[in-house]
Each structure stands twice: as C-alpha cells, then as structure tokens.
Design a protein around this ligand. Structure first.
Ligand code: GLN
Length: 237
C-alpha cells in the first residue's frame, strides 16, 4: 500500500474516455512526480464506480459522442469530482472530458446534452470537424511555453466569465473562437491530445505544483526534441 503522503492521481472512466493515448497523461504525471522522489498512487475509476473525493490530480480524456454522453450521465449522478475540486484538487480535462465539464455539449445529432457544470463553458457542434495539429500561446499569467498537440473534434466551446482562456491559437481551431482551452482555479480544460502532457511537460508540472508546491527541474531533452519536431512541422510546414 502506498503511504498516506503519496500523490493520488485519479484517471476517470478509462472504459469510456481515453482516445488518442490520453492515458499517457497519467503516465507523464506519475513519472514526473517519481523522478522528483514524490511517491504516487494511481486510481482508475471505471464508469460503474463513484469518483473518490480524496484525489490530488484528476484526469479525464477524450471520446466518441456516445461514450461521452454516457460519461456525462454517470458523472452527473455523482458529486465526488465537484467535492474534490472544491477542496483544492486539480483537474485536467481533455476534449470530450473538457466539454463534459461545462453546462451543455452537442450530442451525436447535435442535440444539447447536459454537462456537470464544473466550468463556466458550453459547447455545441461546430460547422466542421477540427482535425490536425494545434499550436497555442498560453495566458501569460500561467508562465508556460507554447502549447503543442493535435485535435479531432466537432464541438466548439464558448467561454463564460467564470473561466479564462488557457491559450490563444497560433495554428488549429481549439475552442473555435481564436482561443484554445480554458482554466479556472486548479481546473484546466483543453482540446489537446498528444498526449497533452507528453507534448507539454510544463503543463504537467503546473498541475503537480498546484498540489506539491515548488518542483525541482528535470532533464527534459527527450520532451524538448519531440516538441521541437512537432512545432517545426506546423510552423515551418
Ligand atoms: N465527441 C466530441 C466532439 O467531437 C469530443 C471528441 C474527442 O474527444 N476527440 O467534439
């Protein structure tokens, strides 16, 4: 059994939402914590199970329309995630998981489906599928380098006054309004796959720092090579 001081990472609904290797976000967080001597415990919460309230960092991934609707229904019945966030836990929600955090999103026929209202956003089906590489400059308040990743979604997302845009798109569609993702408190929503935290280890460190404070730097040469290759391919291609 891990000690009480282990960082608890909660991976929500691997049975419904985990497209494009989004589970890699869990691995990156685990690895970056352990490389700094921080023990971790990862909990995989299937959609038949309640969300534990005692996690430190929660992760939810992308998915097709039907599993997304099912995931939203199950999360609506369960207030564990709301309670965890209210007590200071961090959350990274990707694509379908991001849309679910809002008040509504578009179902497979474009019908509005109720989300869980954790973020002040609403999503609907956009005019065309957004597919391809995405590059975006992060809100300077967060002090992160440019974001890289890829997107594949029909939805567009409207931000309310209760959230701030995570970043401004340089390439790609993101929310559909010139911005990509949003954040509020310790909750980050994004359309980025890649997985997002492998492409953007500084974002992983931001989530970790919200729970454990200042972090020692790591040798990120491999991550940097991946980022450089992807950024060059988009910006010079
Ligand atoms: N089903 C959602 C959309 O198409 C989310 C897609 C995804 O998670 N990749 O907008």
């Amino acid at each position: 059994m891990p000690s009480d001081s282990a960082l608890r990472i909660v991976w929500i609904y691997p049975d419904l939402l985990s497209t494009y290797g989004d589970q890699g976000n869990v691995l990156v967080l685990e690895q970056r914590a352990r490389r700094r001597g921080i023990p971790t415990e990862t909990i995989h919460v299937r959609s038949s199970d309640p969300i534990p309230e005692t996690g430190d960092i929660y992760l939810i991934g992308g998915g097709e329309d039907r599993p997304q609707i099912l995931a939203a229904e199950r999360l609506r019945r369960n207030s564990g995630l709301h309670r965890a966030i209210a007590s200071g836990a961090a959350l990274l929600a990707v694509c379908a998981g991001y849309q679910i955090m809002g008040s509504t999103f578009g179902g497979e026929e474009g019908q509005p489906v109720q989300g869980i209202g954790l973020l002040d956003i609403s999503s609907s089906r956009g005019p065309a599928r957004a597919v391809g590489e995405l590059v975006a400059e992060v809100d300077s308040a967060l002090g992160l380098p440019v974001l890289t990743g890829f997107e594949n979604h029909m939805g567009v997302t409207h931000l309310g006054p209760g959230v701030r845009p995570l970043s401004k798109t340089v390439a790609g569609i993101g929310n559909g309004d010139g911005f990509e993702g949003c954040y509020a408190g310790h909750v980050v929503g994004t359309y980025l796959h890649g997985p997002a935290l492998a492409r953007n280890p500084a974002l992983a460190d931001l989530l970790l720092s919200w729970r454990v404070g200042q972090l020692a730097p790591l040798d990120d040469r491999h991550f940097e090579a991946l980022r450089r290759e992807r950024l060059d391919a988009v910006l010079q291609g």
